[in-house]
Design a protein around this ligand. Structure first.
Ligand SMILES: CC(C)(COP(=O)(O)OP(=O)(O)OC[C@H]1O[C@@H](n2cnc3c(N)ncnc32)[C@H](O)[C@@H]1OP(=O)(O)O)[C@@H](O)C(=O)NCCC(=O)NCCS
Length: 167
């Protein structure tokens, strides 16, 4: 990813926390971000996630998943879990008020930086904002699902610098 993620990281009132660092009482705000993103997006998903979707246990979820905050309030999230190949992104959304300001890029960048192997996800083929975001982050299409979604994979970068140094 390019320097935009860096500029987002240096934005003073912005914070990026792991899900395990986020107080439980902020959960209703994550559900509200999801509701607002779902309402404003044509091709996100059939139904918005509810609280139980956010709290469903998955391997490595608490460490890998991220919550973006502006002035201490949640404005975006990336929910991911560990898989044999690296990680899978189950959900990613930002508050429409902050769309286009680099928050999703910043979360993706942080996830990719901590993963060796690949990061996978599925996306509605009509979801152009999301597909552009993933393309910018180096994701490519690997196939499709029986539900008509596209499957994508992107390169984790953990250990990439050391590997490069050895070759
Ligand atoms: C997709 C989504 C997560 C992007 O979040 P964001 O915080 O606005 O993303 P960023 O500001 O980091 O933008 C990064 C890139 O995404 C793409 N993008 C974001 N919004 C876009 C839009 N409206 N149209 C086209 N591309 C868009 C662009 O490539 C953008 O880079 P650029 O501005 O340099 O062109 C957000 O639109 C969203 O929450 N949508 C609803 C939920 C959803 O669809 N999630 C993904 C499910 S697979």
């Amino acid at each position: 990813m390019d320097g935009r993620a860096e500029s987002a990281a240096s934005h003073p009132q912005r914070q990026l926390l792991r899900l395990e660092q986020v107080a439980h009482h902020l959960l209703p705000e994550l559900v509200e971000v999801e509701r607002r993103a779902h309402q404003a997006s044509s091709h996100y998903d059939d139904e918005p996630w509810q609280a139980e979707n956010f709290t469903r246990p998955l391997p490595g979820k608490a460490e890998l998943s991220l919550v973006a905050l502006v002035s201490g309030r949640p404005v975006g999230f990336l929910i991911a879990a560990r898989q044999w190949h690296g990680a899978h992104i189950h959900r990613l959304a930002t508050d429409p008020v902050h769309w286009g300001t680099g928050i999703a890029s910043q979360m993706l960048d942080r996830l990719l930086a901590g993963i060796s192997g690949s990061v996978t996800l599925v996306c509605d083929p009509r979801n152009n904002p999301a597909l552009s975001l993933y393309a910018r982050a180096g994701f490519g299409v690997t196939g499709s699902t029986s539900a008509g979604k596209v499957a994508l994979a992107g390169p984790g970068r953990a250990g990439a610098a050391q590997d490069h140094g050895r070759s």
